[in-house]
Design a protein around this ligand. Structure first.
Ligand code: 3PG
Length: 319
């Protein structure tokens, strides 16, 4: 279960999908995977749900498939037998939750109030869907409820969009967000999967917030580094911050005191969530050099890609 949560957290967004036409299930799942989103929640709001889960789990093996709107024990059994790895419901139905615990299914029930959370805790649940997130008080409600129920973790869903996504994801009790905002039913109906890919990419880049952090310049030694740093400072009045390995100019140019990674130097790109950025870049085929990880308080601060781009080493940095 923790493995599934780790994966959901690394992806950041669970697309909530209702399949009306079974023939759309595979092209849609492939579009999500190609876009870097390796999870989906198929809701039991249509007859096609069970078959859609079955098809996606067998034909798109990279996809982590969950079932949503699971309202009774029959649907829970059907979903798991079809291949679903997790089950989500909008509310907390003790009969369904107990059934899932007995059968060792991973169930995430919905809650909206402190009393709901206490029911969840009584049943031994420590991850809940917060639904309907925006209507039930949004991120402030989660933050308030996290004070007494500090061990509870949340998957907010309902009213999440590109504007409020990062308000939720930046709170550490939020594992990821669910939402239909990266899927458009009309596009599915009209087979406009390229448009869905664009929606997914927009959501991912909005979430990750990639920006240039600084450029690193390699030099052969301290003397050359000092000369270059002074030149920049003379012409542009950049402030100088020196450390053992490099000289920073206004936090945006780093003059290395040696030939560091990359032939010419490195380009550091910052992101809102480094773990999610690593997950996305790997999903796109990028590889990282694990030996370059820098950590602070047990959290990754930066890492370099294995392959240089244009003779520059590429560093990903946590904002
Ligand atoms: C759900 O069941 O999780 C919701 O329908 C998703 O909510 P949204 O459409 O507002 O994203």
């Amino acid at each position: 279960m923790e493995k599934i949560l780790k994966k959901l957290s690394a992806i950041g967004i669970i697309p909530v999908v209702t399949i009306n036409d079974i023939e759309k299930a595979i092209p849609l799942a492939k579009t999500l995977v190609d876009s870097g989103i390796h999870c989906v929640e198929i809701t039991f709001r249509t007859e096609q749900a069970e078959d859609a889960i079955k098809r996606i789990t067998s034909q798109v093996p990279k996809m982590l498939v969950g079932a949503g709107t699971v309202l009774n024990t029959e649907q829970a059994d059907k979903a798991i037998n079809a291949g679903a790895k997790f089950l989500i419901s909008p509310g907390l139905n003790p009969t369904v939750v107990k059934h899932c615990i007995e059968k060792n299914y991973f169930m995430i029930p919905g809650i909206a109030t402190p009393s709901d959370i206490e029911s969840a805790i009584n049943l031994g649940v420590n991850v809940v869907k917060f639904f309907p997130a925006e209507a039930a008080g949004g991120i402030n409600m989660i933050k308030s409820m996290s004070l007494p129920y500090y061990e509870m973790r949340f998957i907010p869903t309902g009213g999440i969009n590109n504007k409020n996504l990062n308000d939720y994801l930046s709170f550490d009790k939020v594992i990821c967000c669910g939402g239909s905002f990266i899927i458009n039913d009309e596009y599915i109906k009209e087979n406009k999967f390229d448009k869905i890919r664009k929606l997914c990419k927009y959501a991912i880049f909005n979430m990750l917030g990639f920006e240039i952090d600084h450029v690193g310049i390699n030099t052969k030694d301290n003397i050359q580094a000092d000369k270059i740093a002074k030149e920049f400072s003379k012409l542009f009045n950049f402030s100088i911050y020196e450390n053992d390995f490099s000289i920073f100019l206004d936090n945006s140019i780093e003059v290395m005191k040696s030939v560091h990674l990359g032939r010419y130097g490195h380009i550091a790109i910052k992101t809102n969530y480094i773990e999610r950025a690593i997950n996305y870049i790997e999903a796109m085929g990028g590889k990282f050099d694990i030996s370059t990880i820098k950590e602070e308080n047990g959290k990754i601060k930066s890492i370099f890609l294995k392959e240089d781009i244009g003779e520059y080493a590429i560093q990903i940095v946590q904002k």
